[in-house]
Design a protein around this ligand. Structure first.
Ligand code: ATP
Length: 326
């Protein structure tokens, strides 16, 4: 669905995206993750032909971008850097305009109106009145942006921070909606700096740090086993007595145990044979947060402003880099 090779974007001497090879398979829910200023939005804009790469190749839906972006856009639903809308018009009027000027113009006015109602319903705005968009909350604008992205019934959705500004209910609704669309065959590519969002939604993750892609893999593979087992029991004292020095951590009714030969089944048998009641026993997995924190530094914007402050204070770049690695 999306393939890039060696994509680089420079702004003057600053490299915003550095030699990135992305692989987004058809049917994936791909999470593009990275700290603030790491190049996510720039990459998304390049995928849509809104910004031209300095170097490298981009293919979306099998066609080169930006050369043949006009053929690709009708099959993509996109929302980049927040939803764009005319503030003095209602949400409905905005969608009707978007639809009328869109690549899949439909001559039948009734069908067009039905489609607008359908997407409003899907994003939870079915009941909105004639209020102008300037009176919308950030969450409502975000939903309206999503509705706009769905108008074309796209094969590919490209969304930059789609849950920005939504409350927990809204986040869950958007997640359910993206799951539903994906089940029906839409490939979803979304950027976010929210690990929990990516972890709850995505099948594949790409992590970008200071413009470079430092990881791209299936989420299951990324969150691989740590080699330890997690035991949940109503009697943690009994479990601790039986397990002795193998207990690496203990929190209330949960014990983390250094890997036992035979894995969870053998350990479960051992505990039950020694009269320890069990509520659960599973392999411990690395969290996405552990992986990302290991792979990435502080946000590049943070780092750049530190460098700026350091230069002002007469410190060397080497000092700055040493500090940012800590
Ligand atoms: P965030 O999560 O904060 O939205 P991001 O990962 O989307 O950040 P980008 O917006 O792609 O990051 O920015 C990457 C880097 O490129 C940043 O250092 C940013 O300041 C710089 N940058 C982006 N657009 C421009 C531009 N038009 N001119 C100069 N520098 C730019």
């Amino acid at each position: 669905m999306i393939e890039t090779r060696g994509v680089t974007k420079r702004y003057g001497s600053h490299v915003a995206v550095d030699d990135v090879d992305l692989h987004v398979a058809e049917g994936a829910r791909y999470g593009f993750l990275g700290p603030n200023g790491s190049g996510k939005t720039t990459m998304v804009r390049m995928l849509l032909g809104l910004v031209y790469a300095t170097r490298g190749e981009i293919e979306v839906l099998g066609r080169p971008v930006p050369a043949r972006v006009a053929e690709v856009l009708p099959e993509i639903g996109a929302m980049v850097e927040g939803p764009a809308a005319y503030p003095h018009l209602s949400g409905r009027a905005n969608l009707a305009l978007l639809d009328a000027s869109g690549p899949r113009r439909d001559r039948d006015g009734r069908r067009r109106r039905d489609r607008v109602e359908e997407v409003l319903e899907r994003v939870g705005l079915g009941a909105i009145d004639r209020r102008p968009v300037r009176a919308y909350s950030l969450g409502m604008r975000q939903r309206l942006g999503l509705a706009g992205a769905l108008l074309n019934r796209p094969r590919l959705l490209v969304l930059d921070e789609p849950t920005n500004g939504l409350d927990p209910h809204g986040i869950r609704e958007v997640r359910d909606l993206l799951h539903e669309l994906n089940d029906a065959g839409t490939t979803v590519f979304l950027s976010s700096h929210l690990l929990a969002e990516i972890e709850a939604l995505c099948t594949t993750v790409g992590v970008v740090d200071r413009g470079r892609l430092v990881l791209e893999d299936d989420l299951d593979a990324v969150r691989g086993p740590t080699g330890r087992l997690v035991v949940r029991t109503p009697d943690p004292d009994a479990a601790a007595r039986v397990l002795g020095r193998a207990v690496a951590e203990r929190h209330d009714h949960t014990l983390v145990v250094d890997g036992a030969p035979g894995g969870p089944p053998a350990l479960a048998r051992h505990l039950v044979e020694h009269g320890v009641p069990l509520d659960g026993l599973v392999e411990q997995r690395r969290s996405l947060e552990d992986v990302v924190v290991d792979l990435t530094g502080p946000g590049s914007d943070t780092q750049r402003s530190r460098e700026h402050a350091d230069r002002g204070a007469g410190r060397s770049m080497a000092d700055t880099q040493r500090r940012s690695r800590r």
